[in-house]
Design a protein around this ligand. Structure first.
Ligand SMILES: N[C@@H](CCC(=O)N[C@@H](CS)C(=O)NCC(=O)O)C(=O)O
Length: 228
């Protein structure tokens, strides 16, 4: 008998993508939902204790506690023999799938995180430091963050012009992984109808999946992004 898989879902966090993929697969799992600390908005201590990294998502299964969205998603796919969310080496979609699977976490998410950190850190500064720090952050954004994000989004627009999903002709795990980046990006006006129409159409296609409604109901929140 295989051990039951439990997803530890932190509200307003990257664990939503795992919850969503589990619903898409209609895989058996248990769910525990955690609120963020009301003062710091960080994960609560009981969540941090689940894995050495202290980050969300975390999945437990038997004696295993696993962190990192993409590792968890691969683990789930390995346990789901009839899934078709991962194009195999013989598929014409394979390289495109691999590209977006890795770009979501390896390139796009760190840039989005930099934007989050710089936005949050500006808020707690003494007023006399704000103008200087704002100038520094604007430089960082204009010179480093935004040009890189723009190139990723331009590639996304180009690819979504040739096939409907990030993984190519068929819905894939890459779509569920990058969904968090894209939907939070849209909620924060980083991705817009005007500049990224194909990405926004893809967001609408993703949100039209019945699995999105099921995951949203289990999550119980109205948005994916944390408001700050
Ligand atoms: N690369 C990691 C990133 C995990 C991560 O940073 N998660 C955030 C939530 S979106 C977190 O745990 N924040 C709460 C905290 O740091 O207390 C993954 O994909 O699992």
């Amino acid at each position: 008998m295989t051990d039951t898989l439990t997803l530890h879902h932190l509200e307003y966090s990257q664990s939503f993508r795992v919850l969503w993929m589990l619903e898409e697969l209609q895989a058996p799992y248990d769910l525990v939902v955690y609120d963020r600390d009301a003062r710091t908005m960080a994960a609560p201590d009981e969540y941090k204790a689940l894995s050495p990294l202290g980050t969300a998502p975390v999945m437990t299964c038997g004696g295993l506690a696993l962190a990192e969205s993409s590792a968890i998603m691969e683990f789930i796919l390995d346990r789901s023999p009839h899934q078709n969310l991962r194009p195999g080496p013989e598929s014409p979609d394979r390289t495109r799938y691999l590209f977006w699977w890795h770009t979501a976490q390896g390139s796009m998410m760190p840039l989005q995180l930099m934007t989050t950190v710089t936005t949050i850190s500006q808020k707690s500064l003494p007023f006399f430091m704000k103008p200087f720090v704002k100038l520094y952050i604007k430089g960082l954004n204009d010179l480093f963050i935004q040009p890189r994000l723009n190139r990723i989004l331009a590639q996304a627009e180009a690819d979504l012009g040739t096939a409907p999903w990030f993984g190519g002709q068929h819905l894939s795990a890459a779509d569920f992984l990058i969904a968090y980046n894209m939907i939070v990006g849209a909620e924060r006006d980083m991705i817009t109808d005007t500049d990224h129409p194909r990405c926004m159409e893809w967001v609408a296609r993703m949100k039209a999946l019945p699995s999105f409604a099921r995951a949203t109901e289990k999550d119980g929140r109205e948005s994916m992004a944390l408001t700050y």
